[in-house]
Design a protein around this ligand. Structure first.
Ligand SMILES: Cc1ncc(COP(=O)(O)O)c(C=O)c1O
Length: 397
């Protein structure tokens, strides 16, 4: 049987990680993988998570199965965190939600839900988008198309081109994947004014938003980072959302995520919730509980929640400060557009306007590792290597 299998290409990010790990230069700068790092290059367990783990260890009394839609406290707290506890669709009981295996599992469940409708919509993703969107969503069997999003010359969002494309080419019922905040790979987000225009546009063109919220809290704080999602959910009759706790709780390997849908009525929400359970049962039966139980503890306890929130602020502020420093260093030496874009963008990523030759030169001549697309994870830099990084970028330019 195995003889008929063909070799798969190595995952680009794994290949880059291997390259950076093999580099013996003590001053190497690894801006590849999308995990948060501290000044000394570590990805530590958050303080609130450590405390919650300790409590869990003494208080947990069973490892028995939980549910196909996961931990109930986790779902409740996460939905309230993301939408706000007085959100009309929530108080009306119109939100269905299920715990999922990371943001990836949430995206997959969302895609499975869409496919289960039998309506066969086209799913539109931005250009560029997170490399795993197409495999995760497309392997459900739906057609994926791309709409223009990031302009590599202006280093901002091509909002008018995006609307024109969707207006001319998307059909009523089509699904539009949007990054709620901290767009991966570009860091270029829609402004509030653009969300304000996009929401009625989506409603009027009968398009269904599918919002990926992998980095909320790390852009401009929870409220700002959920602005577009909340607005869209109040404007469009239906919405699907996939959130991750990998980055904002640093629970990467615990695989914690949430899929949710805003529906037309409480009855419909119950039906969708049942679908989520049945779909998850078919895929992996149940999501893992450990990480979700920690999130539920943190969000349900005022003291732990404030520790978490402080640490989230620290992470976000560190990335903003690195952006400001890099921008300053690039501006001094004259690359204004890039310098402006780096501070205007949000979250971990920016996409540098470099050719593949320049990116390879960064690796070979300067031991600076960014993805072939030009995506760099700003959290991989630190105060002391920013001048080196800026110098390397300017040299390859
Ligand atoms: C845009 C985006 N969506 C979803 C995910 C999935 O996150 P998780 O690791 O929780 O599956 C990621 C992870 O990098 C991401 O960048």
């Amino acid at each position: 049987m195995f003889e008929s299998l063909i070799a798969r290409p190595t995952d680009a990010i794994m290949a880059l990680m291997a390259m950076a790990n093999a580099d013996t230069n003590p001053n190497k700068i690894d801006l590849g993988v999308g995990v948060y790092k501290t000044e000394d290059g570590a990805t530590p367990i958050m303080r609130a998570v450590k405390q919650a783990s300790g409590l869990n260890l003494t208080e947990e009394i069973t490892k028995s199965y939980v549910s196909t839609i996961g931990n109930a406290d986790f779902r409740k707290h996460m939905v309230e965190l993301i939408f706000g506890s007085d959100y009309p669709a929530l108080t009306d009981g119109r939100i269905a939600a299920a715990q999922a295996t990371g943001g990836s599992g949430a995206l997959r469940l969302g895609a499975e839900l869409i496919a289960s409708s039998g309506l066969d919509p086209v799913v539109w993703v931005p250009t560029p988008t997170w490399a795993n969107h197409t495999p995760l969503i497309g392997s459900v069997g739906m057609t994926i198309k791309q709409y223009p999003y990031y302009n590599k010359t202006t280093l901002g969002v091509d909002f008018d081109d995006m609307l024109t494309c969707l207006e001319q080419e998307a059909k009523p019922g089509d699904v539009i994947v949007l990054h709620g905040c901290c767009h991966n790979p570009s860091g270029a987000d829609l402004s509030k004014e653009e969300w304000d225009r996009l929401a009625p546009f989506m409603r009027d063109n009968e398009l269904v938003p599918f919002i990926d919220l992998a980095y909320f809290g790390l852009g401009n704080g929870i409220e700002d980072d959920t602005y577009g999602l909340r607005l869209m959910g109040q404007t469009c009759p239906e919405l699907i959302m996939a959130a991750s706790c990998s980055k904002n709780f640093a629970l990467y390997k615990e695989r914690v995520g949430l899929v949710a849908a805003i529906t037309g009525s409480a009855d419909q929400a119950a039906l969708v919730q049942g679908q989520f359970g049945a779909l998850q049962r078919r895929l992996t039966s149940m999501p893992p509980d450990h990480g979700a139980a920690l999130v539920a503890r943190i969000l349900g306890d005022a003291q732990l929640r404030s520790v978490w929130s402080e640490e989230l602020d620290e992470m976000r502020n560190r990335m903003k400060s690195l952006r400001a420093q890099l921008s300053g260093a690039l501006r001094v030496q004259g690359a204004e557009a890039m310098a402006d874009a780096i501070t205007a963008q949000n979250g971990m990523f920016s996409m540098l306007p470099l050719s593949i030759e320049q990116i390879e030169k960064l690796r070979t001549d300067h031991s600076v590792y960014i993805m072939n697309s030009g995506r760099m994870n700003i959290a991989g830099a630190n105060k002391s290597n920013i001048p080196l990084l800026a110098d390397a970028i300017l040299k390859v330019l």
